[in-house]
Design a protein around this ligand. Structure first.
Ligand SMILES: [Mn+2]
Length: 364
């Protein structure tokens, strides 16, 4: 991953220059992983036009930084700093009389950390760089797409092994636990998020947690799961099934969601805005009379984070570009009754999309 990581840093530096920034301070674990390849849990990065790439680490991670992030210069904390890597960063900035403009992640720093920064470094102008950083991650390079494919493979391999188990008499939690275990056995580092297994009335909560509830005859079961690779890339997909014969209304809802999702998969592509993609599904669901029950956006970007740019939602003007990877996941959720969601992962290509998830969907 080394060469592509260097390219990412070069691209970031060009953008820093365009925005009149002298560097950026990175604390967020996802951004840290993206630029450094570091898989540990503490440390911050300075990527600056003048001083290059510096990794501020505490003593638990010196060797790991040297091994995983050889393109960064390791800056070791003083013993009295404990694990507070920000102290190392502040010391470095003072030593070099850094007085330029520095980007920081408003989304990742605590209020306390931010106050410490601005009071200890009064000569530095701090500017939020969250959008700059997330826009850098929005287009996936071929290596990242390969990682996402691997994550899909782990998730689907696991699912195929438990598919037959999703039936009356089994608890949601049992299915969730087995899915996560089997994804690891298939090669995943972990699940990319806590799997959702929601049956019966629980399926009307779009983000239900698996409970001890036992699946009963005729109920809808929504399973939303994904895997994470060793390099940190995610997959995400959802299928809704029926345990036996569903009632007519749930069947009708399933067919509407299925049709809405298929319509998006058939037409999503470059130059379409994410709002237009959402509108394709929303129109079908609204025309069927269920508009108010499609209570979330159509989808989201995915990469190192399970949710990242672009957000695919109603009214959004972000233009889809080749190399973006987004989910397509319309749903209808009827309170006290149940819900249906179907989700696939797509790579936007030059002439449309490639669907990265392969598990068949049942056309009830
Ligand atoms: Mn999703």
């Amino acid at each position: 991953m080394k060469e592509t990581t260097l390219k990412k840093i070069e691209k970031l530096k060009m953008e820093l220059q365009n925005k009149g920034l002298d560097g950026v301070l990175i604390f967020h674990p996802d951004n840290r992983l993206y630029y450094s390849g570091f898989s540990g849990s503490n440390g911050c990065l300075l990527i600056s036009l003048k001083h290059g790439e510096i990794f501020f680490a505490d003593g638990r991670y010196y060797e790991q930084v040297q091994r995983e992030s050889p393109h960064f210069k390791l800056n070791r904390l003083e013993v009295e700093d404990g694990k507070n890597v920000m102290l190392g960063f502040i010391r470095f900035m003072k030593k070099h009389n850094f007085n330029g403009k520095l980007g920081y992640e408003a989304d990742a720093l605590t209020v306390k950390q931010y106050h410490k920064l601005i009071s200890d470094l009064p000569d530095v102008i701090f500017e939020p760089a969250d959008e700059l950083l997330s826009s850098q991650r929005i287009i996936k390079d071929p290596e990242e797409v390969e990682e996402i494919r691997k994550a899909v493979f782990y998730a689907e391999t696991a699912f195929k092994q438990i598919e037959d188990k999703i039936k009356p008499g089994v608890s949601e939690r049992e299915i969730g636990a087995e899915l996560e275990y089997l994804m690891k056995i298939a090669g995943a580092k972990s699940a990319s998020f806590e799997s959702i297994v929601a049956s019966g009335v629980n399926s009307s909560f779009p983000h239900a947690r698996p409970s001890g509830k036992i699946i009963r005859e005729g109920e809808p079961i929504t399973v939303d799961w994904g895997a994470k690779t060793d390099k940190g890339y995610c997959s995400d997909m959802t299928r809704t099934f029926f345990a036996g014969k569903p009632d007519d209304e749930m069947l009708e809802i399933y067919r509407v969601v299925f049709k809405a999702q298929q319509a998006v998969l058939d037409s999503i592509g470059p130059e379409m805005t994410t709002g237009q993609a959402d509108e394709i599904a929303r129109k079908i669901i609204t025309d069927a009379g269920y508009g108010e029950y499609f209570s979330h956006g159509l989808g989201h970007g995915l990469g190192i984070a399970i949710h990242e740019s672009p957000t695919v939602k109603f009214g959004d003007n972000t233009v889809l570009k080749p190399g973006m990877v987004v989910t397509v996941e319309p749903g209808i959720y009827i309170p006290q009754k149940g819900g249906v969601r179907i989700e696939d992962l797509v790579l936007i290509t030059n002439d449309g999309c490639e669907i990265l998830t392969n598990l068949p969907k049942i056309a009830y």
